[in-house]
Design a protein around this ligand. Structure first.
Ligand SMILES: Nc1ncnc2c1ncn2[C@@H]1O[C@H](COP(=O)(O)OP(=O)(O)OP(=O)(O)O)[C@@H](O)[C@H]1O
Ligand SMILES: [Mg+2]
Length: 265
């Protein structure tokens, strides 16, 4: 079980009369073993909600729970929610061999591993994301953007998370490379029954990986349901508008072809 639940969550930036609610009473449940897509225009509060889940933004009201345990009160539970960010270059220490970055993720589990065990785990994690483990000693600069993003995913997986929060993790990548990362997520969904909150402004990408989708606007969830239902027949005007503003939505099958081509290449 690994259900991430937001209940009436509010997050404010600034204080007193200047306080602005970036997240304004959000209810959202990421069910065990499913991927929940979160879409919405720029500034609608998606990243703020994600940051709240990993303790990087202070929740001013409401609760965030993992299998019922309050994430704000129980620090050990917080490690069980791992976040992957948009820019892998910023997320990795440029002077640290990538294998060590992945090993840092292992440290978060609090397990004491021998050096040999740790190295074996790092190798397995790099293989898991299709990065050559023989390159564990190299620095981030010698990898491509897509490889770097897969390394940050390996680091997040190293912490043995119950839930992965992915905030625009393909937005900074070329379309061809996006496909590789998205297909990796699909593999992880199948093999690890991954539970994931997947944030993206690209609705075609969200459609490709999400079971359910929530649409956010001005800090609130304005629509929610199974991905197919919400994207095929939006009941909210704002969602329709959002769909219209993304031209790629007219050709979702092409995207799937692009993704397949990218993986075959
Ligand atoms: N550190 C901060 N300090 C003050 N205000 C902030 C901060 N971070 C975000 N905000 C404000 O909170 C609101 C929500 O921002 P957030 O980054 O969560 O949106 P988003 O949906 O992730 O947008 P995008 O699609 O551009 O990533 C915006 O009005 C933004 O200006
Ligand atoms: Mg954001």
């Amino acid at each position: 079980m690994s259900e991430l639940a937001f209940r009436d969550v509010r997050v404010a930036y600034g204080r007193g009369r200047r306080a602005q609610l970036a997240v304004d009473g959000v209810d959202l449940t990421v069910r065990t073993g499913t991927t929940h897509g979160l879409v919405g225009e720029s500034g609608s509060g998606k990243s703020t909600l994600a940051r709240a889940a990993v303790g990087m933004a202070t929740v001013s009201a409401g609760t965030i729970t993992l299998d019922g345990a309050d994430l704000m009160r129980r620090a050990p539970a917080r490690r069980r929610v791992q976040m992957v960010f948009q820019d892998p270059l910023a997320a990795l220490d440029p002077r640290m061999p990538v294998g060590l970055s992945v090993a840092e993720g292992l440290l978060a589990t609090g397990q004491r591993l021998t050096r040999a065990d740790r190295e074996a785990r790092v190798r397995a994690l790099l293989e898991r994301v299709h990065v050559d483990p023989g390159r564990a000693g190299e620095l981030p600069a010698s990898f491509s953007g897509g490889q770097r993003q897969r390394i940050t995913i390996a680091r997040a997986l190293a912490a043995d998370p119950a839930v992965l929060v992915a905030d625009e993790i393909t937005s900074a990548l070329d379309v061809s490379v996006q496909g590789v990362v998205l297909n990796l997520l699909r593999e992880l969904q199948d093999e690890l029954a991954l539970t994931m909150l997947f944030i993206s402004h690209n609705l075609a990408v969200v459609r490709y990986v999400s079971d359910e989708v929530s649409v956010m606007r001005a800090g609130r969830i304005v629509e929610h349901g199974p991905t197919g239902t919400v994207l095929a027949a939006p009941t909210d005007d704002y969602t329709s508008e959002l769909l219209r503003s993304v031209p790629v939505m007219g050709r979702p099958l092409d995207l799937e072809d692009d993704l397949e081509d990218a993986v075959d290449a």
